[in-house]
Design a binder for this molecule. Structure first.
Ligand SMILES: *Cc1c(COP(=O)(O)O)cnc(C)c1O
Length: 230
């Protein structure tokens, strides 16, 4: 069941990439594991899904221990500054860097652990109060600061656009993230041109791929709908 879901999703990603002349190999599927039990996680890993994403540190710790080192884990949730060290310890990439103090804490933690931590800068495109992310106008300064931190490697941008009923309505937000990335790359703030765009979820990932996503974050479409939070 999960293996079939993964296959179907990969086909839809590849088709969306080809529609816009993109190489499907440039789009990676991040399977989002929040609320998913270990049995279903093992099915995904057995089907070859070795890239997993978690929102919660405590949940992640148990799953990472259980599934072992063949899995690559990305952190996609809101990160408190006092949890920076744990996050650096557990994750290959952190998608949710959105403020200077957090970046400094991650840089310090990575330095102490002898690691260069790969991160994305999370952008709050619509200025939604309920969501994390830096305001687009603050992104150039934040990026410049991050680039100066020796134990961080900034690979691109991440966004969680407003929830809208039709995927097509989300397209302007995905396009805005890509255009922001292109402008930042032109400004020459970074040595390499911020290749990663983490955008697109179960309801809208095909549109995100058409607009340039390199990491799509899918939970429900792979593992089934989540039970409502208690
Ligand atoms: C839960 C979550 C996802 C996956 O959402 P689905 O609708 O289940 O695909 C993606 N990104 C973030 C940041 C999430 O919290």
């Amino acid at each position: 069941m999960i293996a079939e879901n993964l296959r179907a999703v990969q086909e839809r990603i590849a088709a969306a990439a080809r529609r816009t002349g993109r190489d499907p190999a440039r789009v990676r599927l991040l399977a989002v594991t929040k609320g998913v039990d270990q049995d279903r996680l093992r099915q995904a890993v057995a089907a070859g899904q070795l890239l997993l994403g978690e929102n919660y540190l405590q949940e992640a710790r148990e799953k990472i221990r259980a599934l072992g080192p063949q899995v690559c884990w990305h952190f996609i949730g809101h990160l408190q500054t006092n949890k920076a060290r744990a996050a650096v310890d557990l994750f290959h990439m952190i998608h949710s860097v959105d403020r200077l103090r957090l970046a400094q804490a991650l840089n310090d933690a990575a330095g102490r652990l002898g690691k260069v931590q790969e991160v994305l800068l999370q952008v709050n495109l619509a200025g939604e109060e309920s969501k994390s992310g830096a305001a687009p106008k603050d992104v150039p300064d934040l990026l410049a600061a991050l680039v100066g931190m020796p134990h961080l490697k900034v690979s691109g941008l991440m966004a969680i656009p407003p929830w809208l009923p039709e995927a097509e309505e989300v397209r302007p937000y995905f396009r805005a993230l890509r255009e922001l990335r292109d402008r930042l790359a032109e400004q020459g703030l970074t040595a390499d041109p911020l290749p990663e765009l983490s955008m697109g979820m179960s309801g809208d990932f095909e549109v995100a791929v058409e607009e340039g996503a390199t990491l799509v974050r899918l939970g429900a479409l792979i593992f089934g709908p989540r039970p409502p939070k208690p």
